[in-house]
Design a protein around this ligand. Structure first.
Ligand code: ZN
Ligand code: ZN
Length: 229
């Protein structure tokens, strides 16, 4: 179902940002509604803060209800409007420990800001996710944050089981893999095996949209594994 430019992916799961939804340089951005408490995943490249806000409001949601903003990794196209959302609506910003320093230091290479011809102002992180998996609880539901290094050392993938379906937010599965990002293909392959084992029904990808059902999720991930065999 489509509301304005917002797309409803599953019950209470909204695509609110991305190339066709907010701005061409934005990676996809999502809101999950947990009985009124909102969790946001990724925050565009920084030029679309008000568009993201409007999209959330168009979906009938109050941005002030965002308690948590999870950043899947430290690249500018995923973190650009994070500080806007914290400043205006008071959410906490989470990212994996291994990607946190580059954000707190405003490292223009590691955040890929220099690739986008821009800069990224240092931004503090409220909570560093650590280890292989952290499970965040919202009411009776759980959001699983899996460490899936490869594209960057602290890349994470997130999944939610809701309505009998497993929804996987696997942002930059496709890479790219660059020295300046400290990418690691060997670790990435292991990460992709981890994602395949989840047997997800819906994949929300960072730049190429939504893949479903299960067979298409599997096909999408294995295509990239084969590309880098
Ligand atoms: Zn990206
Ligand atoms: Zn990236």
């Amino acid at each position: 179902m489509i509301m304005g430019k917002v797309q409803i992916i599953a019950d209470g799961v909204y695509l609110i940002g991305g190339p066709d939804v907010s701005r061409s340089d934005d990676a996809t951005s999502f809101i999950i509604n947990f009985s009124g408490e909102l969790v946001m995943i990724d925050a565009g490249a920084g030029g679309s803060s008000r568009i993201l806000q409007k999209n959330i409001e168009d979906a009938g949601l109050d941005p002030k209800a965002i308690s948590t903003l999870i950043l899947t990794h430290n690249h500018i196209d995923h973190i650009g409007s994070a500080s806007y959302f914290r400043t205006h609506f008071g959410c906490k910003i989470l990212i994996h420990d291994l990607d946190a320093d580059a954000v707190e230091e405003g490292d223009s290479m590691k955040t890929a800001a220099s690739c986008y011809g821009t800069f990224f102002s240092p931004m503090s992180i409220d909570r560093r996710l650590k280890g292989d998996e952290e499970i965040l609880s919202f009411g009776s539901e759980e959001l699983h944050c899996l460490h899936t290094p490869g594209h960057t050392p602290g890349s994470i993938s997130i999944y939610l089981d809701r309505g009998g379906k497993r929804i996987l937010f696997g942002q930059d599965i496709h890479g790219p893999f660059l020295g300046v990002f400290n990418s690691d293909i060997r670790k990435w392959k292991k990460s992709m095996e981890k994602l395949l084992a989840l047997d997800a029904d819906i994949l929300c990808e960072g730049h190429f949209g939504i893949f479903q059902p299960k067979e298409n999720v599997r096909k999408y991930i294995t295509k990239y594994i084969r590309n880098y065999a």
